[in-house]
Write a protein that binds this ligand. Sequence first.
Ligand code: ADP
Ligand code: ZN
Length: 799
Amino acid sequence: MIARVSLEIALRKEFDYLIPPGLAGQVEAGSRVQVPFGARKVFGTVTALAEESAYANLRPIFKVIGAQTMVTPKVLQLARWIAEYYCCAPEIALKSVLPEAVRGKKETDEGWRKQLFARALPVVGELPKLAKRQQEVWNIIEERREILLTELLELAETTAATVRKLEDRGLVEIASQISERDPYAREHILPTQPLPLNPAQSAALERIKAAINAVGGTGVTPVVSGVAPETRSGENSPAPAIRRAAELNRPEALFHPNPNTFLLHGVTGSGKTEVYLQALAHALEQGKGAIVLVPEISLTPQTVERFKARFSSGKLQTLVAVLHSHLSAGERHDEWHKIRQGRARIVIGARSAIFAPVEPLGLIIVDEEHEHTYKQEEAPRYHARDVAIMRGQMENAVVVLGSATPSLESYYNCKKGKYTLLELPERVDNQKMPHVRVVDMRQAAYKEKGAPIFSPQLKEAIAQRLEKHEQTILFLNRRGYSTALQCPKCGYVAQCPNCSLALTYHRIEQRLSCHICGHNEKVPSVCPNEKCRNPAIRFAGTGTQKVEETLTKLFPDARVRRMDADTMKRKDDYRKTLGDFRTGKTDILVGTQMIAKGLHFPNVTLVGIIYADLALHQPDFRAGERTFQLLTQVAGRAGRGDVEGEVVVQAFTPFHPAIQYARRHDFTGFYEQEIEFREQLKYPPISRVALLTLKGRNEDKVKFSAEHLKRELEKKCSVRPVAEPDRATGSTLHNFSDLIISGPAPAPLLRAEQFYRYQIMLRTRAMSKLSQGLAKIIETLALPEDVTLAVDIDPVNLG
Ligand code: ADP
Ligand code: ZN
């Protein structure tokens, strides 16, 4: 037998290897293997088995990694779809479906941790008389039957020599064994019971349960990639399951009516999580497993505990595996294998957890589906929400997207009847939505001759909370002390030498630093401009450090803590800061978007948003949407207890629709006006976008290459009614009725990390067709050596 192997080091190629007799029966599609490649040994994934090969003198596979295939056939299928749709090499897509920790690194390394255990052996006849120390140690071992040696020594306050004596007497065996790491071993989690649901929650849950019951059986049979699925016909249309299977090869399947995909739109605090928990329980009862995706930033111990607590006891008891970037490589390895071995039936994790090998998969939940962290910003540039929908279709699993502020894409798909909309319009226990006050900062700036950080209204509101011993959250999406170092005399602004961006002043560290590339330098004492040398060089703009400092001056007795990327450097910082806030050791928490999500503190009655316009003035068609989402999410942190919450929004453009609709908690109003704007300019969700970015150190070359690429695109992807063969290649030109090609233009951030960037934006409804076309164009595109091209399908970041 021959195995076809995809290697991480050779792009867009697969290689045939012999399966040696010693490995017969151990190699399957999806196995991780180690093979010879030239003089090296490399790792790869088997994509298929074959009877024979077109090549002679095949070399044998060295080794199979792990006892089970690593990539299940369904995940393999998903990886193929990602490569096609996101226009990337299949190896890159394959690589991303397995965590680094299980892919295998060193030859001997299987990733398991082996440790010494002491185990009680069966006692034949009477227990021999033991010395007092030995007896004490034996009692512990006998009670536990098996115990980690280090733990035993600590517990018995003894040395290994004593245990060895027991071993010599034939009572105990000391042996090295795999010991599983459990990242949550120290948590003491109390089990919870399902809550009685309110009518809106019940109605939503019933729809989801019915869908889980309806899909029943196993998933759709995987289709072999690359086969043109033109199976449409009139009268004799194939059975639904077959037709769906055929459509799977088209990424537009995302946009086909799909009764198994739900959008759970529930205001903050409406009890979405309780609906997820009960839907998960139902999936387990049906013998299915599930994946829960949450944004990395909300993967707090608090969130994970809510899931673990529900499934840690009772008849549905199962292991909940957790996958995220704060785990050690070893922990990640063990969590992944718990899933692969079927011991953990529920997986909760960030973006890449969508590839978890859960079988059979019954339910996928994507919480905070609007979050842009679901998009991976390096190849493969997939969007985990869209991959979830695709995986749901491939495996016949129900998909629930949840959010208080759905993305325009998902809401639009509901309007078009493609997903089913479920709504939780009210907070649990009829708590009121917080009262939102928008403060016009232009007035405050006029009165105080310059923009203050705190308007009188916000100052007053904070003072009241301090008096009543209630807590406050202050939000500003900009870390550091001030935004820029500027000379008031000559206008000089300290710029990053590598990026087209002003440096941020960090006062505590007394440094200027670049938030793109990390460059940092000393603060100059005079204006660096040779002709100026003004000693009165000043800082403009405000960051979280400055908010914290000003706050401690205004309210010297208040206990203030700051939470941003600068203060949250160590693994435990996040949980400690939140812990102190929860237990009332902190009065005011100042932070960046880190504090905007999913946190639930009953004693917070005031949320202040320092500058609500910050996100509005970005060169991105989603700027309004982002601002609306951010304001709504941050506001949702207020008044989650018995006392009604208040939100003070400070803005320089207080009448902007994104701010006004957020003030009125009016999502549909916002949607209606925003969709009109997208319609006019043919932006998503009306169309789909592909963003091509060319990058290089020489600006002229980058610009020239971008213009060259644009001409190629115009030649090969024309807007023409009929297909014509391309004379040069003999292949067919791609025809689009709606393709818009714009650019090339300098990227909003023209220079980053010493590279100049130019962009071309493509818009069409037929994105999968465009992806295929792009793949072909890129294959033959001649670029200068030092210019690279990145293709981003459905980008969320236009920078
Ligand atoms: P969301 O995820 O929509 O923001 P949560 O699920 O966090 O809302 O719910 C907010 C709070 O309400 C939580 O403390 C939760 O335990 C509680 N809760 C949810 N559903 C119910 C219910 N049916 N009855 C009572 N309390 C509930
Ligand atoms: Zn920089």
